[in-house]
Design a protein around this ligand. Sequence first.
Ligand code: CO8
Length: 260
Amino acid sequence: SSPQVKVDFDQSTGVAVLHMQSPPVNSLSLDFLTEFCISVEKLEMDKSCRGLIITSSQPKVFSAGLDIMEMYGKSPERCGVFWKAVQEMWLKLYSSNMVTIAAINGSSPAGGCLMALTCDYRIMADNPRFSIGLNETQLGIVAPFWFKDTLANTVGHRITEIALELGLLYNPTEALKIGMVDQLVPEDQVLTTATQTMKKWLAIPDHARQITKSMMRKPTIEKLVSKREADIQNFVGFITKESIQKSLRMYIEMLKKRKG
Ligand code: CO8
């Protein structure tokens, strides 16, 4: 199958741009996550790569989050493998030594929002039709503790409490107001602004910035690392429940009906 991730690495600046290109909505399937993690790992190992910008090749959507079809009607074994890949994506990005910037050029619900939240900085297209947030409860599912921690580390406890319980999706203006994103720019300037912002971050000595980043994030990362297997069991047990499968089916049907 064709690559779902395209990486443009500029040797002269040390910055890589990773384009997610999995039509129609960059949903995070097991295949996608595997390819994504291999790409990020390669860049992480490359000493000449200091910055990573993540963006989407799809119009209107950054990432639709986890591929719902990976959670519907699948065996417990398969669900476990899938969840491990989701954990891996988060661990790789949240602990990256590179400067990471999300160039959010479209909607970014659930897992898409999580991916953006792992970055050091978020720039979003100022288009009121786009939305971002952890909307899990709207699907009848529960965002795991490390999703919650990542959001709380970004916007604080109280806003996280409201955002998660109601499964809120925010428009760009609201997202900026609560600090879920750091900057809004016109749609056609998202990537150029990310590139300019990257220069500012790369002006700081890597070593000092990396230790600081690690100091901020380490407790959150270690929490998942130490509970990884239990978290997989928890996901598998939850997602394979008949009642949860029913919620997912209704959500999938709603997505299809809403179309057009
Ligand atoms: N997974 C699989 N397929 C999807 C997904 C998805 N996440 N999102 C959209 N699609 C499909 C649609 O069903 C549609 O398929 P088809 O063409 O066959 O009808 C196609 O992609 C295009 O979608 P739309 O027509 O809706 O495209 P739009 O451009 O109008 O809208 C959106 C794009 C805004 C992304 C919209 O599709 C949307 O809101 N999607 C749902 C996003 C969502 O709610 N994702 C949540 C996933 S759950 C998650 O990420 C974390 C789970 C944590 C697990 C915890 C459990 C314990």
